[in-house]
Design a protein around this ligand. Structure first.
Ligand code: AMP
Length: 514
């Protein structure tokens, strides 16, 4: 099918041709005519399917007739993250260049007065994250009674990020008679319930999620010890001809640690995670997009929906916890038939996650070995959960309120001096290798069995690390934590701040030494 068969006007067809699109994508083919008819849509589609154009194009067509009044937007698009909102706004600019529609982007972390000034002039399209929109409403800066089209984009992410109560409040402020377009990558029971609340007799459109990876992306997997992950990454970056790359971590604090480590080693990197202030995020993205920096260390949530063409490499510094995230991450390279390379760095405890990914993509990921780094096997029994989205989700919409200083800002703590008289103690597994309390997956089996498993796994890792640790710590200087011998705690899970130094004699008694 051709774009001209969808009911779009000549200006839009010209804009679409200008964007270089030859054919509509499946979601565009199905959604555009339905939206133009004024019907509600329940779209099950992921980023990358062309879903943004599937609602922006018909919206421009509908909004072309009519004018906005001051502070009363005619349409509203709710997005979970600022980056996604900014991208939707870019889409309006791209497709709406032959129309005279006005738009405003209402997102946290940017000057409220500039946004208020735009609203005062009247906007046809308001693109917002829920938190800032409610702030604006509560300050009396905006009226939502004229909104005729509502788009809820990435509803599943809104749910993950805890935004649904805000979204429900916002929807309650809109006119009952309106057109609603609701998009989500998944349609689980909670999303269905929301859709039932927000939509009237919607047309349901599902485009199959990407379960396979593009043949143009070559994939590799290196299984190494936790302590060798950074060296592995640096080695691959050095030997590969990396033009630009996304480097994904599972946790935002690991993004910051890895970013610091890479820059310390002379790599040209930027970072993107939900705890960064908006100007810093925009600046990092801009530098990466313009080619000013080659490596973007990022978390899934922060990077979701960012559309950058021609990325040569993707690195999974952590194996993603959700197999679909693997497909999503590596789909950032090898776009539009171009070649791309994706490298995943796993530790033995990632065995089950790697197996889930290989089942999803229907093939094994070829293993690779790294010069100078001992290769390991995956441990298919390990139930350890290593970071990921199991913990508190990133609330990127209000990140500036929650921003806490990074742990890595305190290198003196990380670089605590180690005592050399008892080297076996110094070889204790590094803290960074242990999962956060919140990130642990509910384990099966009795508590004692689980403890036994964890201890065995710790001992194995301890053996592997012995003798290699000290040199690595000197080299990296960040992230690692060792305790002096005279410090006793209650097993491996005692936070540093409650540990205290005690005389050596009491250490011996506590250990039951003769
Ligand atoms: P989205 O799923 O909206 O994030 O779109 C993903 C990418 O597909 C963006 O880079 C769009 O510019 C691009 N795109 C959208 N529609 C088409 C199309 N019909 N043909 C080719 N590329 C498209």
């Amino acid at each position: 099918m051709d774009f001209s068969a969808l009911g779009l006007g000549p200006e839009l067809l010209q804009a679409v041709a200008g964007a270089g699109y030859v054919k509509p994508t499946p979601i565009q083919e199905q959604a555009i005519p339905v939206v133009l008819m004024g019907r509600d849509v329940l779209g099950c589609a992921q980023t990358g399917t062309g879903k943004t154009a599937s609602f922006t194009l018909p919206m421009i067509e509908i909004l072309a007739a009519g004018r906005a009044k001051a502070r009363m937007p005619r349409s509203l698009i709710l997005c979970p993250t600022r980056e996604l909102a900014a991208q939707v706004a870019d889409n309006f600019d791209k497709y709406g260049k032959f129309h005279r529609l006005t738009k405003a982007l209402i997102i946290g972390g940017e000057s409220m007065s500039d946004q208020v000034a735009l609203l005062d002039r009247g906007v046809d399209v308001l693109i917002a994250t829920p938190g800032r929109l409610l702030d604006m409403f509560e300050r009396g800066r905006i009226l939502l009674t004229d909104v005729r089209i509502l788009v809820i984009d990435e509803a599943d992410r809104m749910l993950d990020m805890g935004f649904i109560p805000d979204v429900q409040r916002i929807v309650g402020l809109l006119p009952k008679i309106r057109q609603t377009l609701f998009f989500s990558a998944t349609l689980g029971p909670e999303i269905r319930t929301l859709a039932d609340d927000f939509l009237m007799n919607p047309k349901e459109i599902t485009v199959s999620p990407e379960a396979s990876t593009a043949p143009t992306v070559e994939q590799f997997l290196a299984v190494v010890d936790e302590i060798d992950k950074r060296e592995t990454l640096r080695h691959i970056i050095r030997v590969e001809n990396v033009k630009n790359a996304f480097i994904f971590c599972n946790r935002k604090r690991d993004v910051a640690v890895l970013y610091r480590s890479l820059t310390k080693h002379g790599f040209d990197a930027a970072q993107l995670h939900g705890d960064m202030a908006q100007p810093a995020r925009m600046e990092a993205l801009g530098r990466f997009k313009s080619g000013d920096v080659a490596l973007m260390v990022c978390s899934d949530v922060a990077a979701r929906g960012i559309d950058i063409q021609g990325v040569s490499h993707v690195f999974n510094f952590d194996v993603p916890i959700h197999a679909e995230d693997y497909v999503h991450r590596i789909g950032r390279t090898g776009r539009a038939g171009m070649a791309g390379r994706a490298f995943t760095i796993a530790v033995p405890e990632d065995g089950r996650h790697v197996a889930a990914i290989e089942t999803l993509i229907g093939k094994p990921i070829p293993r690779m070995e790294i010069e100078g780094v001992p290769p390991l096997d995956l441990d298919m029994e390990s139930r350890r959960r290593r970071g990921g989205k199991g913990g508190r989700p990133e609330r990127t919409d209000r990140a500036e309120k929650t921003a806490r200083p990074e742990r890595t800002d305190r290198p003196e703590k990380a670089a605590r001096p180690e005592r050399t008289d008892r080297p076996e103690k110094a070889a204790r597994p590094e803290k960074a290798a242990r999962p956060d309390r919140d990130d642990r997956r509910p384990a099966t089996g009795s508590r004692d069995e689980r403890r036994g498993d964890e201890r065995k796994s710790d001992t194995r890792r301890e053996d592997r690390n012995r003798g290699r640790r000290r040199g690595r710590i000197d080299e990296l200087g960040i992230g690692e934590m060792l305790h002096a011998d005279s410090v006793v705690g209650f097993g491996d899970h005692v936070p540093d701040f409650i540990q205290r130094a005690v005389p050596a004699a009491r250490v011996a008694v506590a250990r039951g030494d003769e």
